[in-house]
Design a binder for this molecule. Sequence first.
Ligand SMILES: Nc1nc2c(ncn2[C@@H]2O[C@H](COP(=O)(O)OP(=O)(O)OP(=O)(O)O)[C@@H](O)[C@H]2O)c(=O)[nH]1
Ligand SMILES: [Mg+2]
Length: 458
Amino acid sequence: MNDTITAIATPPGEGGIGIIRISGKDALAIASNLFHPATGEALKEPEPQKVLFGEVRDPESRQCIDQVLLTFFKGPKSYTAEDVIEISAHGGTWITSRILELILGQGARLAEPGEFTRRAFTNGKLDLTQAEAVADVIGSASDKALSSALAQLKGGLSRRLNTLHETLLNAQAQLEAAIDFSEDGLTFQSREATQNQIQQVEKDLRKLVCSFRQGRIVREGMRVALVGKPNVGKSSLLNALLREDRAIVTAYAGTTRDTLEERARIKDIHIIIIDSAGLRDNPEVIEEEGIERTRLALEKADLVLVVFDQSEPLDDNDELLMNEVGEKPRLVLLNKSDLPSSWPPDQLNNFLAEEKPIALSAKTLEGFDSLEEALYQKAIGGERTGESVVITRERHRDHLQQAAEALQRASESLMEGLSEELVAVDVTLAMEHLGSVLGKTFEEDLLDKIFGQFCIGK
Ligand SMILES: Nc1nc2c(ncn2[C@@H]2O[C@H](COP(=O)(O)OP(=O)(O)OP(=O)(O)O)[C@@H](O)[C@H]2O)c(=O)[nH]1
Ligand SMILES: [Mg+2]
């Protein structure tokens, strides 16, 4: 942790500017050996956060490598809280790697992916949720994803969790006091008051856990699986949604054998559309394998588009389909609306019961506006919880879920009149889970995993 690290911070390839970053106690000394300000003075103790113009020269050959701008960020007022130097050179692959090589030659070490941010975390500049948000800000692919990542970077989630942690600490103190001093006849906050505190925190945590579906959809996109009997037009619908002939479409039932994933965008959200093999009884062998994959796709989907062909009479396979979909969130689509319907309205009502189907045609694109609006509402509108903080990572969801469960046990123990010691065990456990999300307690391999997903130079 004490060495000085360096990396090219801009993406590989050619561009207007290429930035090389150095962080650590020798950052300034290393830069002084390579950088020569245009003023002719030596780079001794430059004014922090001020941009200097000059040249990078090879200390051995004295050859000028490039004209650059250099900025010095004096720790702790820097990204990593250490001394940081940023050199903005012309953005050529050769130039940036030459400068990097010179810096390495001065004793710096090449940074691991995410190591700058890891240092920012270790040095207390960011907590773990904020460090994770840095990767999400960089990776965000829509305004919604970006604003949710920025809110987390600015500490939205941390503040919420810290407040809850504080409340638990308070409840814990009351429990401990009751354990230690109860025999002296002192009275503390009543068990009910402590229980109320614990229940309130549990409720808040459960709300956050519920925001995960929304958060993940914003961050990664909504997984939408097209399922239906063979030949109802699933692949045609995929193509129509993508406005591209991506999947093979034929009049032969059983055309699609494998699942196929494609990304599309509706307004500001990403969706991942999955086309799949048609579901039916007595399939052929390859088809059977395809159907297994359809089931997997179904399982992993956030939303299922259940496709029917309203130009063909209903049969047993339609029933089979509804059973397969089970309780998954869904939209029912009646495709081929350009053809005459073979479904008498009564039969339709009986069969679909409470569903509000969308009639549409993959051929004429009739009904597609309704479909896209419905998809958008499913992704965004339907479940607005009024919660401004959403969680976007499974890691957070799992810890918060476990914290909520521990608190539920704690409040049950209080209600049943069990001892404070027992209650305190669960409250402590809940606090530990919150601490894990924030990075108050962590394992090195968890950090390796989180920061390993960063790009080099971040
Ligand atoms: N008239 C009409 N024909 C359609 C429509 N959608 C699909 N078709 C036709 O229906 C047939 C089957 O379409 P596909 O998209 O291959 O159906 P699928 O559900 O993917 O079929 P499998 O892959 O076999 O499960 C093709 O001949 C399409 O041209 C539609 O809206 N109107
Ligand atoms: Mg198909």
